[in-house]
Design a protein around this ligand. Structure first.
Ligand SMILES: Cc1ncc(COP(=O)(O)O)c(C=O)c1O
Length: 447
């Protein structure tokens, strides 16, 4: 036990420092420097052993090196393009250790004074970047799913405040594209509204929702006595990276008196690029926005946010006090579904300090350039062809050979240590998908 806490006389300070250095070496040499090699070196075979007496640091390190690291997915590999997994920015790796050391709690202002202030100010700044009004507000959440669930919770309570105390008795319906993330199904389930009350609207072949079909669906639901309460636009769909016509959906939301949520968990990062931010035109009309800096901004997990037009929306929807905390402070635990929460805002702030606006712009623009280069590789290869034109840095493609399935090709390239692509289901077939998030990706021909 004595090794784990700093003794008041400071006599083990050097030992604690050495423990840290050991982990720094491990992280740099055994994790970050694994840009080649295997995607996964060995099958997981985790052997649970709880020691009676403490293990030495050497024994612990050995277990990490032999049992754990070889069975992790190596996202640092330059050929890893499977999912929306980014190589974390260096500063966010060390920030996570700093956050753990400080160990403040975002539950209340009293337990995280500077971080509460930081979260309010920084998320207000993000809200403004998306064009929300000066009254905007936001909180970090443990992922985009939780942000989307919270958004529909706000929408539900906004539609009928009596639900907060009485529960729901009305036939409420939400509308989203068929290409949207499954967290909206989860939200309807968790909120007691029913998954069948989430109306999924068809998209075109790229994944952009068909606006006229959406309007027809709203009219049909209304004709049958249903109450439309939320319209969701997706900016950066999970499979193809498509962006819905945000402005058109905002118009429908206004016309049919619905809450308007924009899920730009993935695509939101383009606000940092002067060249590409036009893709998000219309987010200024949102009632709420989901954005995940843990995806395309390279913040080590977790870091996601929910932004809203003003703070009262959250205060009204949660209508909750923390009787055991000083009520004169701002207690963010009253305004989110989570209670105790890490101070991930420090990580986001440090990343902004280290990258600057220019660094982010370069990173996003570079991603688009690398995507073009990757598309040229696809064009050159006799084995594959593009399945659709990419909107962001997500490329969907397929085998040209009727005798070689996309799955067989994916497994061959993965086995050879060339590329790791994923195999999402898209409109009835399995496609190959590459996400160009690695800042220095492998860009050699697919053989
Ligand atoms: C568009 C979109 N929204 C929401 C989410 C959910 O985010 P999380 O996995 O952080 O819960 C994802 C995840 O991939 C996503 O692609």
């Amino acid at each position: 036990m004595k090794d784990q806490f700093l003794l008041p006389d400071g006599s083990n300070r050097e030992a604690l420092r050495q423990m840290g250095y050991t982990f720094v070496d491990l992280i740099v040499d055994a994790v970050l420097a694994k840009q080649g090699g295997d995607f996964v070196a060995q099958e997981p075979n985790f052997c649970l052993q709880i020691p009676g007496k403490s293990n030495s640091l050497q024994e612990i390190l050995l277990a990490i090196q032999t049992q754990i690291l070889p069975a992790t997915i190596n996202l640092h590999h330059q050929g890893y393009m499977g999912h929306m997994d980014s190589v974390p920015l260096g500063i966010t790796i060390w920030a996570d250790a700093l956050i753990a050391a400080i160990n403040n709690n975002m539950l209340s202002g009293e337990l995280a004074p500077i971080f509460t202030d930081m979260e309010v100010k920084l998320l207000h700044w993000f809200g403004r970047q998306f064009g929300l009004p000066p009254t905007c507000f936001g909180t970090l959440t443990a992922g985009g799913s939780l942000a989307n669930i919270t958004a529909l919770f706000l929408a539900r309570n906004h539609c009928d405040r009596s639900i907060i105390s009485q529960g729901n008795t009305k036939p409420l319906y939400a509308f989203v594209s068929a290409a949207a993330h499954t967290s909206f199904d989860k939200a309807m389930n968790v909120l007691g509204l029913g998954k069948n009350h989430l109306i999924k609207i068809p998209t075109n072949y790229r994944g952009e929702v068909l606006v006229d079909r959406l309007e027809t669906a709203i009219k049909n639901v209304t004709k049958k006595g249903g109450i439309p309460f939320a319209i969701i636009a997706v900016a950066g769909t999970t499979v193809t990276g498509a962006i819905d016509p945000i402005g058109d959906l905002a118009n429908l939301a206004q016309q049919y008196n619905c809450w308007f949520h924009v899920d730009c968990a993935y695509g939101g990062a383009v606000i940092f690029s002067q060249q590409w931010r036009h893709l998000l035109a219309g987010t200024d009309r949102a009632d709420s926005i989901t954005f995940n800096p843990q995806k395309w901004l390279g913040i080590a997990r977790t870091c996601a946010m929910l932004l809203v037009k003003n703070r009262e929306i959250l205060e009204t929807a949660f209508a909750q006090d923390l009787p055991y905390m000083n009520c004169h402070n701002l207690n963010l635990g009253n305004l989110t579904l989570q209670g105790t929460r890490r101070t991930d805002i420090l990580k986001l702030w440090l990343a902004l300090q280290a990258m600057g606006l220019q660094g982010w712009a370069e990173y996003i623009d570079r991603s688009f350039t690398l995507t073009q280069e990757f598309c040229q590789i696809i064009d050159r290869s006799p084995l594959v062809r593009l399945a659709l034109e990419p909107t962001l840095n997500i490329v969907c493609f397929e085998s040209t050979d009727p005798h070689t399935s996309n799955r067989a090709l994916q497994q061959k390239l993965q086995r050879q240590g060339q590329y790791w692509f994923s195999l999402p289901q898209w409109q009835g077939k399995e496609l190959l998908k590459a996400v160009l998030l690695h800042p220095y990706p492998r860009l050699t021909d697919i053989l």
